[in-house]
Ligand binder design. Structure first.
Ligand code: ADP
Ligand code: MG
Length: 372
């Protein structure tokens, strides 16, 4: 008998869920999206949309009854949700990977345990632990809430102990991590697709942040072969130690001494991998679909240099920018159909493809200026 479980379940209906759903549908799959936000982008195109909390029992029952496999686009869903689903259906990424990557303390401790360099850091789980930091000397540091931070939210640069005390109160959380502020030469990220038996590494992207939010990704990243190989080795080690199946992104810092540090692990597709939709033969989203639908794949090759810029809510100001004026076959606009534009909210992105990375970057800068 054929299985009547005809949907792939996607936990989270944001833009990553949206682009996953678009590609899944193109490949003939049906997607069930669960999101507590009734207005979420992926919910609008899903084959089945459940508007409920991530721990809603009936919602999880519907997923188990309708899906053989489940994924996520968002690390801040309760890992308990994945633990419940894991008992009944296949879940990629697994709950353990989600648990580690949604908590900065667990994440850094995991990396330390497997000997992967990160910034110097301290755990702050109580006022007592905070007070013990009164005699550290090499400021500045960055205090970050250990959970629920994204796009730079829940973090603050602190230049002395008094500022640390103030931020500890201001950020209103229980657990924190205090990280040495790195003098960054570059930020790069590695998206990889782990099929269980095989790992494909996408071209590494170089990332430029404004106000701690990704502004632009340039691919290929301007790094030498040695750095490229080190980054792949580190990514592979993380995947193997997490026993990871699914798409993953590792964010890296390269400091002024060329030291490679892991910043974060994202157990999902990533904003810095959006370029792969047009820039690669197989995008990060297609890999996610392939993994979930148990299809074989091949390596992602860079077809052409690519630059991606994010379109944030502030560009909307009073009304949407005029995208109709852009009539260039090598400029690809993606809008996420979000109803309300807020400062810092990711409303869409643009990818520019060009034979020369420099030209793609010039076009991106010009375009961004014209939209402001
Ligand atoms: P988020 O979850 O918000 O992406 P990150 O820890 O990746 O949190 O921080 C966002 C950005 O802030 C980073 O991409 C980087 O530009 C900057 N940043 C964060 N931590 C540090 C650090 N320890 N040293 C220097 N810059 C940092
Ligand atoms: Mg980050």
């Amino acid at each position: 008998m054929l299985s009547n479980k005809k949907f792939i379940a996607m936990l989270g209906g944001g833009q990553l869920g949206l682009m996953f759903t678009q590609i899944a549908q193109k490949k003939g799959e049906k997607v069930l999206v669960l999101d507590p936000d009734s207005d979420c982008p992926a919910g609008k195109i899903a084959d089945k949309f459940i508007n409920a909390d991530y721990l809603d029992e009936e919602a999880l029952r519907t997923i188990v009854n309708n899906c053989e496999v489940c994924t996520t686009e968002f690390e801040n869903i309760p890992f308990k949700t994945l633990e419940i689903l894991e008992k009944k259906i296949k879940v990629y990424p697994c709950s353990e990977a989600l648990k580690i990557s949604q908590n900065r303390i667990l994440e850094k401790n995991f990396l330390k345990k497997i000997n992967i360099p990160t910034t110097e850091y301290f755990e702050i789980k109580s006022k007592k632990e905070l007070d013990r930091l009164s005699n550290i000397s090499n400021w500045p540091y960055i205090i970050k809430t250990s959970t629920f931070g994204y796009d730079g939210k829940g973090q603050k640069i602190v230049s002395n102990f008094q500022e640390l005390l103030n931020a500890y109160i201001e950020l209103e959380s229980k657990d924190f991590i205090l990280e040495k502020k790195v003098n960054l030469k570059k930020e790069v990220s590695q998206v990889a697709a782990s099929y269980g038996d095989e790992i494909f590494f996408l071209p590494i992207s170089e990332n430029i942040h404004i106000n701690n939010i990704l502004h632009k990704s340039l691919v290929p990243a301007d790094i030498n072969n040695e750095v490229n190989i080190s980054i792949r080795k580190i990514t592979e080690k993380i995947i193997k130690n997490l026993n990871y199946k699914g798409v993953i992104c590792i964010e890296f810092f390269i400091d002024e001494n060329e030291t490679i540090l892991v910043n974060e692990i994202a157990p999902r597709t990533h904003n810095s991998g959006h370029y792969s939709i047009e820039g690669c033969n197989i995008s990060q989203f297609e890999h996610q679909v392939n993994i979930l639908s148990n299809k074989k794949s091949e390596d992602s090759i860079l077809i052409s240099p690519a630059v991606m810029i994010n379109l944030l809510g502030e560009l909307w100001n009073e009304k949407a920018p005029d995208f109709n004026a852009i009539q260039d076959g090598n400029v690809h606009i993606h809008l996420y159909n979000k109803t309300i534009a807020k400062k810092g909210r990711k409303m869409g992105h643009v990818t520019i493809i060009n034979d020369s990375l420099k030209s793609a970057n010039d076009i991106a800068d010009q375009l961004f200026k014209s939209l402001n």
